[in-house]
Design a protein around this ligand. Sequence first.
Ligand SMILES: Cc1cc2nc3c(=O)[nH]c(=O)nc-3n(C[C@H](O)[C@H](O)[C@H](O)COP(=O)(O)O)c2cc1C
Length: 370
Amino acid sequence: MSNQTALLRPATIGSKSFSNRLVLAPMSRTSAEPDGTPTAEMASYYAGFARGGFGLLIAEGAFVDANYSQCYGNQPGLVTDSHEAGWRTVVEAVKRENGKIILQLIHAGAVSQFVERAFAPSPVRPMGEMLQGYGPRQGPYDTPGELSVNDIRAICSAFVDAAKRAEAAGFDGVEIHCANGYLLDQFLTPETNLRNDTYGGTLEDRLRLTTDILSMCQQKTSPDFLVGVRLSQAKATVQDYFWPNGLEDARVIFSAVAEAGANFIHLASDKGGYTYHSTAKTGENLTAFARSLTGLQVIANGGLQDIGLANQVIADQLADFVSIGKAAMLNPDLPKKIASGAPLRDFTFEMFKYGVSVNAQLKWEAEQRA
Ligand SMILES: Cc1cc2nc3c(=O)[nH]c(=O)nc-3n(C[C@H](O)[C@H](O)[C@H](O)COP(=O)(O)O)c2cc1C
């Protein structure tokens, strides 16, 4: 038994209990059927993390409507009966391993690599280039069209319908993706939201679509079903972004999502890792602040396969859970390894040499064994 005891302590969110504080971070593996239906391969992929001891899995971002929400080819969706049936198979496989699983719901907005013409809060061309390894499109982003108020209301309804389908499919909850430069974060970010209607202007107005989605999802699902939110400062294509007014912005954002009924806050990081991205421009630790301000359960993220640091984050009560992304792909049994003190396999971008899909990973792993 290792001495990482804080990480291995059980915890709760709302009425749900979790065997430990280790969460699988959502990771888009673009392994669904071309129409977005989750596959049997995805069911066995997610079941592997439950068998490996993760207290909670957050499944990759599923697109929420057939209009402009899809980010990538072969991304799973949750719009049709076929999507719902595919996800039910995933959930059942995870439950057979006594796992808990939440589905992330996402709208790509301006950074879709899938739709012919992307739509966003304002016609602002995203910085950076489309993500490599994802398709079908590559290269610089185009300037998106501007969403009408009716489009925005339809997007809110699409998130709510997807949350209802997620509950019907057996998920323990949903995570609303308002991070990393995707649609809801485009609304939140002043540089990409130039609107002067009710969805733009003050930070509260820029948060309105997210808070509407959170409160409607809570109202339209049962009290046991979790509705959380993922936030971040960094964008997938702009690493060095920090909320411009530091702690003051954090206060408004965390209070608003708590007020809207979020059950948890998941603060995402990127290449700079937890310590870098979860620090406000004004210097404060944001997961600890979110926790003390709202009393909600908070999930920390970013490079926390550094198990000493991850354990410290929990032991020092900076967060309630830690989510693990890249390292989990090569260590689906990471919690069991922590418990036994076994070494972790080091993540390497080499594993994406055939692509980011589960199948591409299996091909690379077979090559490593040969
Ligand atoms: C292949 C891959 C796919 C990802 N897809 C998503 C996603 O669908 N939704 C999301 O919020 N974050 C996504 N992320 C970000 C991770 O959830 C996580 O925040 C990031 O990898 C940092 O955590 P880590 O240092 O433990 O890897 C993805 C990351 C990777 C490597």
